[in-house]
Design a protein around this ligand. Structure first.
Ligand SMILES: C[S@@+](CC[C@H](N)C(=O)[O-])C[C@H]1O[C@@H](n2cnc3c(N)ncnc32)[C@H](O)[C@@H]1O
Length: 285
């Protein structure tokens, strides 16, 4: 089978399985399999796949046709300048979370040697992005999932950022032993209402970890905890930046406002949806 024939066959197989971007995804699989940039696939469309490559492609396409995420098959997902290792133990980093990372990095400009906490680090995407962009930052990252932390650590090691990020295992702030307050907390907590899980695409519903998705009955459980608990972990006026889901902005501004936080902004992601809550800790004392 040639590369060109494989692209067409893969496109048809994936589209029949409900994968809209069947051609792109087949090309991404082939690019990794043949160790070539995607552009070269077209230039080398008459090139024959080896029997080993053809067999592996058949296996990968069959997995993708069951709606296993492309990123799990490739073993990595893009996030800003990174290609992060991912498995079913971590949420596949989403493009909209890049917006959250960029806002956090922007808020850190001008703070000398900031202490930063990534609450619910998953693959480590936010912690890595901040550690790389803000060399003077002391970055901490926590997660309740030991498997996620293992992957986050591996990603930090792969990008030579392991000595810049301290990882903590535990349920929320219980993971932290040192009470020194942070300048900024960034988080993309689980925020999907429990009953909505069954309505999501199979890639998410069947393959992202539940602990990374479900935020209680209304999706807001983690925000309630953060609004109540995070203030003592932040310096007075410290920043909290949180990603949230569609339709949650009003409930969140009310929730944090009632808990004494000052609302700075609700920012949109690249698709124009309200996505990032930016608040500042109460100035107490
Ligand atoms: C939506 S995922 C986000 C992962 C990553 N920050 C990202 O943006 O891709 C939420 C993460 O929070 C973690 N998590 C959920 N509940 C937690 C809790 N009570 N304490 C600490 N981490 C928690 C999950 O294990 C998961 O890794």
């Amino acid at each position: 089978m040639t590369i060109g024939e494989a692209i067409l066959a893969g496109q048809q197989q994936l589209q029949a399985a409900g994968v809209e971007a069947g051609r792109l995804e087949t090309e991404l699989l082939l690019a990794q399999l043949c160790d070539r940039p995607r552009l070269n696939l077209w230039l080398e469309r008459h090139h024959q796949l080896t029997p080993g490559q053809a067999e592996k492609l058949t296996d990968w396409l069959a997995r993708r046709a069951t709606r296993e995420p492309l990123q799990h098959i490739l073993g990595w997902a893009p996030f800003l300048d990174f290609e992060l290792h991912v498995t079913g133990d971590v949420l596949v980093p989403r493009p909209e979370t890049e917006t959250l990372a960029q806002w956090a990095i922007q808020k850190l400009a001008g703070i000398t040697g900031p202490r930063v906490l990534d609450w619910g680090t998953g693959s480590g995407c936010l912690a890595l992005a901040i550690a790389q962009a803000v060399p003077a930052a002391e970055v901490h990252a926590l997660d309740v999932s030991p498997e996620a932390l293992r992957i986050a650590r591996a990603n930090a090691t792969a990008y030579r950022l392991a000595d810049r990020i301290r990882f903590h295992l535990g349920d929320g702030f219980k993971a932290l032993a040192d009470p020194t307050p942070f300048d900024l907390l960034v988080t993309n907590p689980p925020y999907i209402p429990a009953a909505e899980i069954e309505t999501l695409d199979p890639e998410v519903r069947l393959h992202d970890p539940r602990v990374a998705l479900v935020g209680g009955e209304d999706g807001l459980d983690c925000y309630r905890r953060l609004a109540g608990e995070a203030r003592v972990w932040l310096k007075p006026g410290g920043w909290l930046l949180a990603e949230f889901g569609d339709g949650q902005a009003d409930a969140l501004t009310e929730l944090f406002g009632q808990a004494g936080w000052s609302l700075e902004a609700v920012e949109k992601d690249l698709s124009g949806r309200q996505r990032v809550l930016i608040v500042r800790a109460p100035v107490h004392g």
